[in-house]
Design a protein around this ligand. Structure first.
Ligand code: MN3
Length: 222
């Protein structure tokens, strides 16, 4: 694997700057199997994510308004930047965030402490939250992402975005700080799940690393 050794986790959106690099996964391609198979991981990380990084670097290289900005700054002002920055900058941010959200099946635990309390308050229970998040993923027409965000009032909210948009972008219908996101593009699940996106969304909980999501929640609400 030719991935460079940028950090596998990102605490916030402001840490990645041009020239952007493909981050390492922090685990092997087969680490998430059978929930996400090794071939999917190899293609998704090594080909799809790499392509977003390469195209983002191309888009930023010759654009005076984008060059020198962090990925977080690009997201926050994306409405004024070339469409290639929105698509590929989102692709880079979203996937970097996604890889760091996962761990081997059964190793990720469950929400605890403040996050658990906030999930119960916002959605009724952890099971209700999972159903609503899955419904957001199933209901996202075409390609996109399902998100759990901390909104401007400090409350948890579920949302979805098309393509490679995310809630940090100034074009987001529901803006906020993402603490969890699932990729519902077909490339994320088609080899194992074929057309059955609901099955992928349901199985995916087994690889969510709730200690990471809990840290993000604490960070987003402090
Ligand atoms: Mn993807």
């Amino acid at each position: 694997m030719s991935a460079k050794t940028a950090p596998a986790t990102i605490a916030g959106p402001g840490e990645l700057t041009h020239p952007f690099e493909l981050p390492g996964l922090g685990y092997g391609h087969d680490a998430l199997a059978p929930v996400i198979d090794a071939e999917t991981m190899e293609l998704h990380h090594g080909k799809h994510h790499q392509a977003y990084v390469d195209k983002l670097n191309d888009a930023v290289k010759d654009d005076a308004s984008a060059k020198g900005k962090s990925l977080g700054e690009l997201m926050a002002g994306v409405s004024k930047l070339p469409k290639a920055v929105r698509n590929n900058g989102g692709g880079h941010w979203n996937h970097t965030f996604f890889w760091a959200s996962m761990t081997a099946p059964g190793k990720g635990g469950e929400p605890e402490g403040g996050l658990k309390a906030a999930i119960d308050k916002a959605f009724g229970s952890f099971d209700d939250f999972k159903s609503k998040f899955e419904a957001a993923g199933v209901g996202q027409f075409g390609s996109g992402w399902a998100w759990l965000i901390v909104n401007g009032s400090g409350e948890l909210e579920i949302t979805s975005t098309p393509n490679q948009d995310n809630p940090l972008m100034d074009v987001a219908e529901k803006p906020g700080k993402p603490i969890l996101g699932n990729d519902v593009w077909e490339h994320a699940y088609y080899i194992t799940y074929r057309n059955k996106r609901p099955d992928y969304l349901k199985a995916w909980w087994k690889v969510v690393d709730w200690s990471v999501i809990g840290q993000r929640y604490a960070e987003a609400t402090k």
